[in-house]
Ligand binder design. Sequence first.
Ligand code: 0L1
Ligand code: MG
Length: 265
Amino acid sequence: MTITKGVDLEIVEYLYSAEKERREVVKVTDRYPELSFSDAYSIQDKLIQRREQDGSRKIGLKLGLTSRAKQQMMGVHEAIYGYLTDDMLALEWEHLDFTQFIHPKAEPEIAFFIDKDLEGTNVTAEDVLEVTKFVAPAIEIIDSRYLNFKFTLADVIADNCSSSKFLIGSKWMSPRDLDLGQLGMVMSKNGQVVQTGSSAAVLGHPATSVAWAVNKLGEVGKGIQKGDVILSGAVSEAIAFEPNDNVLVHFAELGSVSFTCKSST
Ligand code: 0L1
Ligand code: MG
């Protein structure tokens, strides 16, 4: 740790209150430039514990920076992970309240439903597919707590990788029944195509991305559990949206998932 115990809890409160009060804040490394990745993951853990104190339940994992393009943009060579909690799950058939966000963006993802615990440091994509009961189309809504969505890698890890909400489509399939590594994707906003991509953009194959996270967790004696939902990483760039926008993501074979945003519920 390069920061002291009191400071980590101070940062947790700083980020948690920014989220609850829907405020952009100055990034943590402006004040603590020495913040290391391991400090940042430790702060992330404590941020999740703080949410749990308030009644949230950890239900899975999400991967970020899984495309080579985004890694190059950030000048890094690795993906990152954060946690999903039950209160992040939004439902397709309910309008999303825009006032709960700061400056949200939506990105297309593939969700994995895990059926068996998996832990280790040599886990492969095949191992991940073995323990995956279903995959489904998903949208992640990211909403960095930092000013203008600008941060360093340590900042974004501490901020639970910009996690905010996610939606899962209704078509769930066994990963063995489709070509998961090469699924075409089209994302539209208000009927206009805004992004296209392929599941191959996620570290070559979304299961490779999940395996990376399991191995990374394995380094600190953790793993993934039966019942976890995992968002394997964005298939294209995230797009900003506003009240009254409708965002739809369609994956070949896997089908669609969408949401409409209202200014209030
Ligand atoms: O889920 C994501 O890909 C977000 C990772 C963090 C970077 C960002 O907020 O763009
Ligand atoms: Mg994401």
